[in-house]
Design a protein around this ligand. Structure first.
Ligand SMILES: *Cc1c(COP(=O)(O)O)cnc(C)c1O
Length: 372
C-alpha cells in the first residue's frame, strides 16, 4: 500500500541556494526582463545543449505556437493531429486558422503521413505535427509532402526537449519547432518555451514579434505581442540546464523498470523506444486493451484508490471538444486510430524523484489484476 499521493509528474527542482545566487545578481542589476543577461545566456546555452539552430525564448509554449504561426503568416487550413494537448489546435484558432484533423499511427501516436495528402485542399498552407510523448514524427515523409504541396511545417515540440534521432536533434525539422518549458515538462523554466529557428533572420523576426513588433525604440513594423521570458525564469532555466541530464537519466531508469514489469502483462501494451532515438522519458503511456480485466477507466480508478494519480493523456481527443467537433475532419470515423488510443491510454507516474520501490509497487498493482 502506498501512503503518499503519487502524481503523474512532479517538477525536478534545482538546489534553492544556487538559485539564490542568480536572484542576488538580478536584485543587484534590477534588470528584470526585456532581453536581459540571463535571457541571452539561456538562448545560447539551450541551442548549444540541444544541438539546434538559433532559438527565441518565449513566455510559454502556447504563445510560442501562436507567434510561430504569425511569423510564417500562415493562412487558411492547417493539417494537425487530434491526439495532443488542446494548445496545439487552440493556437490555430487564435490565428483564425482552420484545423484539419488527420489520424495518427498506432506505433508512435503521431500524425500518419500516409493520411496527410488526402486532407490537403487548395486552402491548406501548413502542417502542424506533434512529437507526441517525445517520439519523433516521420520527419522526412512529412517534409516530402510539404515540399510537394508548398506547405510550411511547424512542429509542436512541447514534448521533445533533448530528443535526438541517430545523434541529431529533431528540433531542426520543418520550418519552426516550438518547445514548452512548463513546470510539468522534461525541462522547465516554471512557465516558458522557445521557438527553434533555421537561421538568425527568422530569430530576429520572432524577437520583434514577441516584443510588440518593436524593431527599435521608435519603430514598430508589425502587430507583435508580448511573449517575452523574464530574467527570473531565464535564470531558473540556466540552473535547471545543469541538472537536466541527471533528471532524464532518472526518468530513463524508471521507464526501463516499468517496461520490464509490464511488457508481458496480458492486455497491457507499452510503447517501444524507436530505434536510434534518445527519448527524454517525460511520459510513460500504456494502452489498456480488451484482454485486461479492467477497462482503462477502471484501471485509472483502481490506481486512484491506491493514491496513484495516473492521467488520461490524451483523452478526450481535441476533435471531440465542443469547439472542434462540428468540423468535418473531427468525425470519429475519420480518426479511428486516435479514437481507439484515446479510449485505451493511461499515462503512469514518471518523474526523477519517483522511487524505484514505488515504480515497482505501481507496476505490480497493474500486473496483479491481470493474474488475479
Ligand atoms: C504543454 C504543451 C503545450 C503548451 O505549452 P505551455 O508551455 O503550457 O503553454 C502545447 N502542446 C503540447 C503537446 C503540450 O504538451
Amino acid at each position: 500500500m502506498i501512503n503518499e499521493k503519487i502524481y503523474v509528474t512532479v517538477p525536478y527542482l534545482p538546489p534553492l541556494e544556487e538559485y539564490l545566487t542568480y536572484l542576488r545578481e538580478i536584485w543587484g542589476s534590477r534588470w528584470l526582463t526585456n532581453n536581459g543577461k540571463f535571457h541571452q545566456q539561456l538562448e545560447g546555452a539551450l541551442s548549444e545543449y540541444l544541438g539546434c539552430g538559433p532559438l527565441a525564448l518565449v513566455s510559454n509554449g502556447t504563445l510560442g505556437l501562436i507567434v510561430a504561426l504569425q511569423a510564417l503568416q500562415i493562412r487558411g487550413q492547417v493539417i494537425t493531429t487530434p491526439y495532443s494537448f488542446v494548445a496545439t489546435a487552440h493556437s490555430l484558432l487564435w490565428n483564425n486558422l482552420e484545423p484539419v484533423f488527420v489520424d495518427i499511427d498506432s506505433d508512435t501516436c503521431n500524425l500518419d503521413p500516409a493520411k496527410i495528402e488526402a486532407a490537403i485542399t487548395p486552402a491548406t498552407t501548413a502542417i502542424m505535427p506533434v512529437h507526441c510523448y517525445g517520439a519523433p514524427c516521420q520527419i522526412e515523409a512529412i517534409q516530402k509532402i510539404a515540399d510537394a504541396h508548398g506547405l510550411k511545417v511547424i512542429y509542436d515540440a512541447a514534448h521533445a526537449f533533448g530528443v535526438r534521432q541517430n545523434g541529431k536533434s529533431i528540433l531542426s525539422a520543418g520550418d519552426l519547432s516550438v518547445l514548452s518549458f512548463h513546470a510539468t515538462k522534461a525541462y522547465s523554466t516554471v512557465e516558458g518555451g522557445a521557438i527553434v529557428c533555421a537561421d538568425m533572420a527568422m530569430k530576429q523576426h520572432i524577437d520583434y514579434l514577441k516584443n510588440f513588433g518593436f524593431v527599435d525604440e521608435v519603430t514598430v513594423t508589425e502587430a507583435g505581442i508580448n511573449a517575452k521570458m523574464n530574467e527570473l525564469q531565464a535564470a531558473f532555466g540556466l540552473l535547471q540546464l545543469k541538472y537536466v541530464d541527471e533528471a532524464i537519466a532518472k526518468r530513463r531508469a524508471i521507464a526501463a523498470r516499468y517496461l520490464e514489469k509490464l511488457r508481458d502483462v496480458p492486455g497491457i501494451e507499452c510503447f517501444k523506444t524507436p530505434a536510434g532515438v534518445d527519448m527524454n522519458h517525460s511520459y510513460f503511456p500504456i494502452l489498456v486493451g480488451p484482454d485486461y480485466p479492467l477497462s482503462r477507466d477502471g484501471l485509472y480508478e483502481m490506481l486512484k484508490e491506491h493514491n496513484i494519480l495516473s492521467r488520461r493523456y490524451f483523452y478526450p481527443l481535441i476533435s471531440t471538444m465542443s469547439t472542434y467537433r462540428h468540423m468535418p475532419s473531427a468525425a470519429p470515423a475519420n480518426l479511428p486510430v486516435a479514437t481507439r488510443i484515446a479510449d485505451q491510454v493511461l499515462c503512469l507516474p514518471i518523474y526523477p524523484d519517483l522511487s524505484s520501490e514505488n515504480v515497482t509497487a505501481i507496476a505490480e498493482l497493474i500486473a496483479g489484476k491481470a493474474s488475479a
